[in-house]
Design a protein around this ligand. Sequence first.
Ligand SMILES: CC(C)(COP(=O)(O)OP(=O)(O)OC[C@H]1O[C@@H](n2cnc3c(N)ncnc32)[C@H](O)[C@@H]1OP(=O)(O)O)[C@@H](O)C(=O)NCCC(=O)NCCS
Length: 481
Amino acid sequence: MELCQTAAPGAEEGAAAVEAGLSAAGRDADGAVAGAAAPAPVASPPSATYQLLPVSSPRPMGGLITESRVDASFIDERLAAEGHAAPFGPAGVRITDGRTLQVVKEAVGAVRVEVEAALARGVINTPEGNGRSVSAICGNFYAARPVGVIEGEDYGFTGRVRRVEVESIRRRLAAGDLLLVSSLGLSPSGQVFNCQSESVAAATASQLGADKLIYLTPGETVVDVRNGSMVQNLPLSSAVDFLAVHSGRSLETEAGSPGVMPIDDLPYVFRLCLTEAVGALKAGVRRAHLLNRFIDGVLLMEIFHRDGVGFMISRDLYEGIRAARLDDVAGIVEVIRPLEEAGILVPRSRASLEGAIGDFTVVERDGMIIACLSLTIAADEPDAAELGCFAVRPEYRKLGKGDALLGFIERKSYALGVRRLFILSTQSFHWFLERGFEEITVEGVPESKRVKVDLARKSKVYQKKLLGGRAVDEQELLKHL
Ligand SMILES: CC(C)(COP(=O)(O)OP(=O)(O)OC[C@H]1O[C@@H](n2cnc3c(N)ncnc32)[C@H](O)[C@@H]1OP(=O)(O)O)[C@@H](O)C(=O)NCCC(=O)NCCS
């Protein structure tokens, strides 16, 4: 169920996507595949404290993506050899005249064949492959239109995405095909346009409603200059700030501030991928990853390894989630009272809710409490905590609110030193089983909590062991794949 985009070298590079994700390569690379994770609930450091650090000594990658990579300078060198000018417009986008378009077509064709060849070999060589080859399909999966004349500069055959053929792509993905989408787009009148593949990937991901957008970049890393640590996750809002701080406009006002880098130090590909990723996330894609294409197996490591290896930007999954306040009690009562009456939740008095309000986290929407959850750490076992009063208003169910709230609480718990969560449930245990909880006996409940358990309710007890923050992301991701 994948969609993969190839590209020509130059300003119009390659990309790729899976239905639950999509990725693109940078200015001097092509090819990719794709796949999703989430931010820590703690406040992010200000963007000005992030600084880019290029990875030193990149080593060639032996995997699928490197095999399909074409030297970015191919188009420029070819045109230079012919004495043909190959200018770029003010935004760093290539101006494509007739001859340039011809060279781009050749480059795209070459990359496509290399990607197809690598894909075929990749599956056959695995035990699961059983001699099958991947059905990789190239096609006219989006309509392009000319960029036109900008600031007096005619961009010629440089194009941009006009419309993505979402239904056509979905049909093929449903059939198990892998789609390769090139950076050459066709207009409805049959004209070929040279599009920037990072933009094609982002537009495709956005219009497909992909869970993930993955770019393969030359290997820049973002570090927090306060402690020198690598920044792995950035919430969308921080990524937006980061771009703003490192833009020329911001520099005019912030020049001289510690940690703010000059505009020219933000590498073109990184800026492009980050900008496109931010745009895609704003359009609804859940996560974007920027991965170092020189790391062998980077895609698998990012998606399946607990700690990940790349740089990820996440849409704020936790919008509206906050610690409860005393004036939320009435709203919490509205959410849980019907469930108490139905015997699903243990009844609690208003006074007990007020006394325990510090344990509650709520989801607020337009001033209304639409979900709540309590977390109480066991006094005798500080690494164990009980979840309670977990409820989402009926009209807001099945929208992922429960998932987001649980994900938030798992991160918060881990940060508080909690390593196992448990919950007592009579009717919703499957919901928890599907989210990594497993049944335990009541003896597994810390003594201080066990004495309060109403055995007559015959609730089942479920426990989840918490790993690192990134592992939680991974579980969330896998659930949505
Ligand atoms: C359980 C609950 C908190 C989930 O909240 P939510 O926001 O609807 O959850 P999400 O949107 O993240 O997940 C919805 C999925 O869970 C499933 N689900 C909902 N209730 C379920 C249950 N009792 N058992 C198993 N699956 C359940 C839905 O069918 C849906 O699956 P689908 O997308 O495959 O159709 C919510 O259904 C609720 O408030 N239930 C009543 C209170 C309750 O049982 N609380 C648990 C206390 S022990």
